[in-house]
Design a protein around this ligand. Structure first.
Ligand code: BGP
Length: 498
């Protein structure tokens, strides 16, 4: 007998928030931590890209290279990414979770979090990535974090690498393009999974693995991001992921290892079939990553692309056996809004719908960084992924960046509440109308942290305001925003009043 009247979020639905070590912890060299790739990224702005700083040790020449678009990323020969004096690096202090973890976790508990997504900073555990032994002080920090979470009954969801390749692996090996990184990642993962498996059931391997297309340095420390190298780096991360699934299941069969994909619905500006085909191809570009990591197999369209472009992978038959045998247990993703595409740029321009961020959607509002609030995007994302893989899904990032203002000890972020209401309603529909198996929802940047894309502090996502500005000034004092109290109620009534 099927049917009945069970509507709304499942009883054990995992409500919570998400952060990343490099954007939140600070303490960038404390207790033996090494540098990771994010530690040499400068502060940008929404008009100027973030840059990686470099130095040529022989000539002592220093400089900056933009990092977002692979093709433009250029570091002169002989130079290596490095920390420069007289340069401000937002991740070095971030919002200092390292020294505020007790206070912050207490705030999460106050909101009623069931889950907290955090990343382990790989370079805290293996400062150079290829060290012989792990750094015990780094491991002890996460012992304390998990103790604190346990105290409040908050389930951790741990990302093994959230744009956090140890810098040495980038400088010495060229980043993920080198197959040796598979072994180093496996060793690191084994150490933390063995140590924490009793307390951490849910793991993710690489944050937004498809960022390899857009930002190969950020995604994998790749210093020479040719199409060939990006394809190889992605392949190496797939193999590393499969190896981690294998080892995690061996350590503890209760463990679930998920994939993490950056998902964005893409709409056509026109009804020209040419635009629809282009969008289909752009979607293939994004879903290739989940076809392999969650689906367990390279899709034909990708092999055809490699044939056309003359890309040849350094691989082996065992690689493909591993991929097929150890796909991700669940598929998690980030989704902030949607975007629009057309080949008819002139048409969009003449109707006033072409902006600096590309084609604008006249039906949607945007924030100061041009990101849309799309009340349907989560339902669309969830259906697309569910239809394709039929594996449990998890929204691990969603939220709105805003230059919040603290006035008289308060932040009135009604725009954030409005955004979240629309998005939570959309995921509720995916459960109620479409019957999708959704494990949880972790709002991005639940306590203010540094922006990954721009390095700004000004672009805030949190339920909690942190007193810190773009020059690194501020007391780091934490102040709950209006959305803090609102989210607390959402969790309390399990989303039933959205
Ligand atoms: C995702 C990243 C996060 C995060 C978020 C918001 O791509 O996984 O690390 O920061 O986007 O982006 P931004 O910080 O650029 O506003």
């Amino acid at each position: 007998m099927r049917g009945g009247r069970r509507m709304g979020f499942p009883e054990n639905f995992l409500w919570g928030g998400a952060t990343a070590a490099n954007q939140y912890e600070g303490a960038y060299l404390e207790d033996g931590k090494g540098l990771n790739t994010a530690d040499v990224l400068t502060n940008g702005s929404h008009t100027e890209a973030r840059k990686v700083t470099w130095i040529n040790k022989k000539t002592n020449k220093k400089g900056h290279a933009p990092v977002m678009w692979g093709e433009k990323f250029e570091i002169p020969e002989g130079a290596i990414p490095a920390v420069l004096e007289d340069e401000y690096y937002p991740s070095h202090t971030a919002t200092d979770f390292y020294h505020h973890y007790k206070e912050d976790i207490a705030l999460m508990a106050k909101m009623g979090f069931k889950v907290y997504r955090l990343s382990i900073n790989w370079a805290r555990i293996f400062p150079n990535g290829d060290d012989e032994h792990p750094n015990e002080l780094g491991l002890e920090f996460y012992d304390k974090v998990f103790d604190e979470l346990e105290k409040y009954g908050i389930e951790p969801l741990v990302t093994l690498s959230h744009y956090e390749t140890p810098l040495n692996l980038s400088v010495k090996y060229g980043g993920w393009v080198n197959r040796q990184l598979i072994d180093y990642f496996e060793r690191y993962s084994a150490i933390v999974i063995e140590r924490y498996h009793d307390r951490v059931k849910y793991w993710l391997t690489f944050n937004e693995i498809n960022a390899m297309d857009l930002a190969p340095y950020i995604a994998g420390g790749v210093l020479d991001p040719t199409p060939q190298n990006r394809a190889q780096a992605a392949h190496n991360q797939f193999i590393a992921s499969a190896k981690v699934v294998k080892l995690a299941h061996k350590v503890d069969e209760k463990i679930k290892v998920g994939q993490m994909l950056a998902f964005q619905p893409l709409y056509s500006y026109t009804c020209d079939p040419v635009d629809q085909v282009k969008i289909m191809e752009l979607n293939q570009k994004m879903l290739f990553y989940s076809d392999v990591q969650t689906g367990g197999k390279y899709p034909e369209y990708r092999w055809k692309q490699y044939e056309r472009e003359g890309i040849v992978l350094d691989d082996s038959p065992e690689d493909y056996e591993l991929l097929a045998k150890y796909p991700a247990d669940f598929l998690s993703f980030s989704c902030y809004g949607s975007s629009v595409f057309t080949t008819h740029q002139e048409e969009a321009k003449s109707s006033g719908n072409l902006g600096s961020n590309g084609v604008k959607n006249p039906y949607l509002e945007t924030n100061a960084w041009g990101w849309t609030t799309d009340p349907e995007c989560l339902r669309i994302a969830l259906n697309t992924l569910w239809d394709r893989y039929r594996k449990p899904l998890w929204i691990v990032e969603n939220g709105i960046g805003w230059a919040d203002v603290l006035e008289d000890g308060k932040v009135h972020d009604d725009y954030r509440i409005k955004y979240l209401k629309a998005n939570i309603k959309s995921m509720k529909e995916a459960i109620d109308i479409d019957g999708i198996d959704l494990l949880g929802y972790t709002m991005w940047g639940c306590i203010d942290l540094v922006s990954a894309g721009t390095g700004e502090m000004r672009k805030r996502y949190g339920f909690v305001y942190v007193d810190r500005d773009d020059q690194g000034n501020g007391t780091l004092k934490r102040t709950p925003k209006d959305s803090f109290y609102w989210y607390k109620e959402v969790i309390q009534n399990n989303g039933s009043e959205i």
